[in-house]
Ligand binder design. Structure first.
Ligand SMILES: [Zn+2]
Ligand SMILES: [Zn+2]
Length: 171
């Protein structure tokens, strides 16, 4: 199993190496670390998010949305061209071929477990026992993030970043 996570310290996105046994998550940018025990990884995949410990995870196809959209767009465009040249059978054939390719890609692509709270992706793990995406639950976590942002104002900038600071201070 490996993870794609966003660092809580600096928001840098990291893809880890293979995780097994007792190991740790490390941010490549700022050095943030979090220990992970073999119990957390488990034999049949993690029950909780390895980055934040949240137990709400959903399983999804690791299929980038842009790839699906590109497939549909390419099919629609080439089929329209065939249609413009008065080749309706070819136009229909192209549409069906792209739909089939899209479906095959979807079947082949592996599942990943995603954390509702921190969006960490857990790759190459057993996803059985986890439900698919739930909009209500996702909305709850979105509200939680908004509340957190209100409670925790952004960290004050360093004094050097304040241009309005009187210049007499610097003398
Ligand atoms: Zn970091
Ligand atoms: Zn998480």
């Amino acid at each position: 199993m490996y993870l794609t996570f966003t660092c809580p310290g600096c928001e840098h996105r990291t893809v880890t190496g293979e995780l097994s046994g007792d190991c740790q998550l490390t941010c490549e940018a700022c050095g943030w670390t979090k220990p992970v025990s073999s119990d957390q990884i488990g034999t049949s995949g993690p029950r909780k998010c390895l980055r934040c410990g949240n137990s709400d995870l959903w399983r999804q196809k690791n299929f980038p949305q842009w790839a699906g959209l590109l497939c549909v767009a390419a099919g629609a465009i080439s089929s329209s061209i065939a249609w413009a040249y008065h080749r309706p059978v070819l136009a229909l054939g192209i549409l069906m071929a792209f739909a089939l390719a899209d479906m095959l890609l979807y079947i082949i692509m592996p599942d990943v477990l995603v954390c509702y709270r921190c969006q960490t992706k857990h790759h190459q793990t057993d996803v059985s026992g986890h439900a698919t995406f739930n909009h209500e639950l996702a909305e709850r976590y979105r509200q939680e993030r908004i509340r957190e942002r209100k409670v925790r104002p952004p960290a004050p900038a360093s004094p050097l970043a304040h241009p309005e600071r009187p210049s007499s201070d610097l003398k």
